[in-house]
Design a protein around this ligand. Structure first.
Ligand code: CP
Ligand code: NVA
Length: 301
């Protein structure tokens, strides 16, 4: 079974081939209406379940549109409306869904839920974000970086802010795609210890971004963080806002990324988000192409 659960558990050659496929898929349908079918229809006759236990705009729409472009059909399931949200086990849910659909994408809270789904499903499972990781996002980000700035191998990526789930997938990617990753943020929001060795830390954001080819940030309060932590997090992270002054210390042609949704003028200013370094909407678009490539890889199509 070919699941796409995480970047560090996926072979680097497979990751590279997924990025190459994503670029080819994007180029092949350039200029077509969004609802127009791809020529090859690799998912014809296939049914895909999209399970969301957390909110989503990009992941939900990009998976749905991507499956339809490839000739497949989707079923959107909200965790709360499933028996899963009312006591049915993850294992039984996985076994049952595998009898109806050819592929499962799940966005959930605990990583254990994703892993249990994958263990018991007899169809491929894709990680659409957990509290710990967000691999589909980082596949789109690598694709976006390389479209604008060439190969990511050996380049310097600086993450400013919370050491969260999106950072974790960047850290996994740093090893698999062989780039340098620097974390700049407060000690209290340091990434989890399991990521040690995949990145370096520089507390001073102005020093951290020197020589950066890419500066990345994300929301200061993730969906799984308690709202009660909001004020404390804002106070801790204020000094790590990505603004024009910080971007001016990176390389002149450095890119700015944010997975979105953003809280404008908190983690990044609108001036940066809408400015010349920003590729945030290319990132969002590339979720579609990258995930189509991930689904094809999972299904061997
Ligand atoms: N970046 C991302 O995953 O966005 P959504 O939460 O809207 O899916
Ligand atoms: N870190 C964010 C990413 C959202 C796409 C969250 O988990 O809420």
């Amino acid at each position: 079974m070919t699941h796409f659960l995480d970047i560090h558990t996926t072979d680097p050659a497979a990751l590279r081939s997924i990025i190459d496929t994503a670029r080819a898929i994007k180029n092949a349908r350039a200029g077509r209406p969004k609802g127009a079918p791809d020529d090859d229809q690799p998912l014809a006759g296939h049914m895909v379940a999209l399970i969301f236990e957390k909110p989503s705009t990009r992941t939900r729409v990009s998976f749905d549109v991507g499956v339809r472009q490839m000739g497949g059909q989707t079923m959107l399931l909200s965790g709360a409306e499933m028996q899963l949200g009312h006591g049915e086990t993850i294992a039984d849910t996985a076994r049952v869904l595998s009898r109806y659909v050819d592929l499962i994408m799940i966005r959930t809270f605990e990583e254990a839920t994703l892993l249990e789904m994958a263990e018991h499903a007899t169809v491929p499972v894709i990680n659409g974000l957990t509290n710990r990781t967000h691999p589909c996002q980082i596949m789109a980000d690598i694709m976006t970086f390389e479209e604008h700035s060439g190969p990511i191998k050996g380049r310097k990526v600086v993450w400013s802010g919370d050491g969260n789930n999106v950072f974790a997938s960047f850290a996994h990617a740093a090893k698999q795609f062989d780039f340098e990753l620097v974390f700049t943020g407060p000690e209290t929001l340091q990434p989890e210890a399991a990521l040690n060795g995949l990145y370096t830390t520089e507390r001073d954001p102005n020093k951290a971004v020197q020589g950066a080819d890419l500066v990345v940030t994300d929301t200061w309060v993730s969906m799984h963080d308690p709202q009660s932590a909001r004020e404390r997090r804002h106070n801790q992270l204020r000094g790590y806002q990505v603004n024009t002054a910080l971007m001016s210390k990176a390389k002149p042609d450095a890119l700015f990324m944010h997975c979105l949704p953003a809280h404008r003028d908190d983690e990044a200013t609108s001036e940066v988000m809408d400015g010349p370094h920003s590729v945030i909407f290319d990132e969002a678009e590339n979720r579609l192409h990258a995930q189509k490539a991930v689904m094809r890889w999972c299904l061997g199509k």
